[in-house]
Design a protein around this ligand. Structure first.
Ligand SMILES: Cc1ncc(COP(=O)(O)O)c(C=O)c1O
Ligand SMILES: N[C@@H](CCOP(=O)(O)O)C(=O)O
Length: 410
């Protein structure tokens, strides 16, 4: 930090803004365009990058105006990315460092992680890009098919384990302590050095004006800390004069941080994570609990939770306004709705909801919802297809009925 403070805030803003949209290696990456803040000593030839980052800041106009009475609501689409989740931001840094170590002759035979799907997808793709073996520990039958096929297709050694994520996390820590396999989970802070750049991007996209709130879904809890670190570095280095209030949103079925927050940050206790459609945050014993508590305490932060019906309805509502989000973004949107309803977030507050994965990785949850195939869930926004005989008369009848019903709702 002392070395970085040799340059003032305007220097850094000008430097970072000058690199947006360029293809000069490695600055076309949203991560490596901040190389001096991420991993300054690495040789650019050692960097493994898919030009990740620079994700869309979507103005959620209809969701904001119609559902929460806000005009300044934005969704940061970190899931519109190389492997479909924000994990690419951290994985480019970690795999680049492993690439550098192997070129130096260090005995790293491969890279391993435990995963609820997105970390393993990112790890396998970046390792395949660099020709580095990857080994992924996955909880059997607890991740989406899209998330499972990614490491398989990218050539990872895929272990399907009869336990949950927390069990996989324990095993990968034990194994990487015994074998020369480099651990890729967010225990390794290199991941967070990459993920923090999404916070800097948010400030860039608002022309360095600071939003009032940033809402992030939380599981292993590295990402909420990464956002805090990115905003805090911008404040400490003089790019901005404050940081946003952070909100970490959890699924009620896997909510150890939420319970800790509601207890007034008294003794933390892991929970046994229950099944949730937000499967990537089905985590009961998060490795970054201390980092997350630090981030929330130092950003006047809040933790909220979402039931299964709340997160699924929020996902359906967002999709009906033109997005195609994952269930985890539904968790974050539910937190927004609750904080608006309680008056904590004001109608004019500039608010960013971080979307952490693309909805295309979680289509089964949407199919179940729109098929009304979820026991004890109303699925009140279900929009099932209409089966019609393939003749002009039948189609016209159905369409007239549909159009009249739309007209009656105008
Ligand atoms: C899609 C998605 N959203 C949110 C999260 C939560 O991020 P973190 O584990 O850093 O809290 C994860 C991973 O855990 C994820 O895969
Ligand atoms: N949701 C994560 C769980 C592991 O998180 P990490 O940040 O520690 O890698 C995943 O996608 O596997």
């Amino acid at each position: 930090m002392d070395a970085l403070k040799a340059f003032d805030g305007n220097y850094w803003k000008t430097l970072f803004d000058s690199r947006i949209g360029k293809t000069t290696w490695p600055y076309g990456s949203g991560v490596w365009s901040k190389k001096e803040w991420v991993l300054p000593e690495i040789d650019s030839d050692d960097i493994v990058s898919a030009f990740e980052g620079n994700s869309n800041m979507f103005w959620a106009e209809r969701f904001g105006k119609q559902l929460v009475g806000m005009n300044d609501l934005w969704v940061k689409h970190c899931g519109i990315s190389h492997t479909g989740s924000f994990k690419d931001l951290g994985m480019t840094v970690l795999v680049s460092q492993v690439n550098r170590l192997r070129k130096m002759g260090r005995p790293v035979v491969g890279v391993g992680c435990a995963s609820t799907g997105d970390t393993s997808a990112a790890l396998s793709a970046y390792c395949a890009s660099a020709g580095i073996p990857s080994i992924v520990f996955l909880p059997a039958n607890k991740i989406s098919m899209a998330q499972l096929v990614q490491p398989i297709a990218n050539g990872a050694f895929v272990l399907s384990l009869d336990t949950d994520f927390d069990g996989c996390m324990q095993l990968v820590r034990e194994v990487t302590a015994e074998l020369p396999i480099y651990l890729a989970n967010s225990l390794n802070s290199l991941r967070l050095e990459g993920q923090k750049t999404a916070a800097i991007e948010i400030l860039q996209q608002f022309d360095w004006e600071v939003p009032d709130w940033v809402i992030v879904p939380g599981g292993n809890l590295g990402n909420i800390y990464a956002f805090y670190k990115g905003f805090h570095m911008c404040k400490e280095l003089g790019l901005v004069d404050r940081i946003p209030r952070l909100v970490c949103a959890q699924a009620a079925n896997a909510n150890p941080l939420y319970l800790h927050f509601k207890s007034g940050w008294s003794n933390f206790s892991p929970v046994k994570a229950q099944t949730t459609f937000a499967s990537a945050i089905q985590i009961g014993d998060p490795v970054s609990i201390d980092r997350a508590v630090y981030a929330l305490k130092n950003s006047n932060g809040i933790v909220e939770e979402a039931t299964e019906e709340e997160l699924m309805d929020a996902m359906a509502q967002a999709d009906a306004t033109g997005m195609f989000i994952c269930p985890h973004t539904g968790v974050a949107l539910t937190a927004l709705v609750k904080l608006r309803n309680s008056g904590v977030i004001q109608p004019t507050d500039r608010t960013v909801v971080v979307s952490t994965a693309h909805g295309l990785k979680f289509t089964q949850s949407k199919i179940d919802y729109h098929s009304k195939a979820i026991p004890e869930m109303a699925c009140r926004l279900a929009n099932p297809p209409v089966n019609v005989k393939a003749d002009f008369g039948s189609v016209m009848d159905v369409l007239k009925t549909y159009l009249l019903s739309k007209e009656s709702k105008q």
